[in-house]
Design a protein. Structure first.
Length: 204
């Protein structure tokens, strides 16, 4: 059985946009993926609310992706899915396009330094919706954040190509909720799980 780590933020964790609770394993994509995988893949879920990928999060190590990632990297991992980066677009961090590409490449290097033979899937996040300005997250994300979320896919794709990683654009698969403009509803989680499972089957 192939061992797959799904490392990411609140959309890997399964944040529910309606009530800020957590979807159960049958409704968050990493859990649905495990159900689809059955005896073919072992899925390790490593999502965390408000986790950044490559910028220093004032909340600490657990929520700073590049710092906590090594804790999840076992020597026998066959694949690592990096589904992270949307929180780096929060207005406080003021990242530019170079920061985004260099940032995801930083995570790629960390994976390869610990698990040199593991396949890597870069999953770029879906675009933030404008109605985030009417949600709880309005204080974190502004119009510039939204514009950057429209660019992150191409930057991740380029990084994946240049670093011999697999790439999946979640923005072409699923849309975030109209409720908060940032997180997925159950049907979108299921779309992601299905696409991720097909990607894993192509790789292995």
């Amino acid at each position: 059985m192939k061992k797959v780590l799904c490392f990411g933020d609140s959309n890997v964790y399964g944040f529910i946009p309606e009530n800020a609770k957590r979807y159960d394993k049958n409704n968050r994509w990493s859990g649905v993926l495990q159900n689809l995988a059955q005896n073919k893949f072992e899925i390790i879920e490593a999502g965390c609310n408000n986790r950044t990928g490559f910028t220093d999060n004032p909340a600490g190590k657990e929520q700073t992706g590049y710092k906590i990632l090594p804790n999840f990297l076992e020597k026998d991992l066959d694949c690592v899915v990096l589904a992270i980066g949307i929180n780096d677009l929060q207005k406080f961090y003021n990242v530019n396009e170079d920061d985004i590409k260099i940032g995801i490449e930083k995570l790629i290097k960390i994976v390869r330094s610990h698990c040199p033979y593991a396949k890597i899937i870069i999953a770029s996040p879906s675009k933030i919706k404008n109605n985030i300005s009417n949600s709880f997250f309005a204080s974190m994300f502004d119009e510039t954040s939204i514009k950057k979320s429209d660019l992150i896919g191409d930057l991740y794709k380029k990084a994946a190509t240049e670093n011999s990683c697999y790439y999946i654009d979640l923005g072409k698969i699923a849309s975030v909720s109209d409720i908060d403009g940032l997180h997925y509803e159950p049907e979108e989680h299921k779309k992601i799980a299905d696409a991720m499972f097909k990607t894993l089957c192509r790789i292995f």
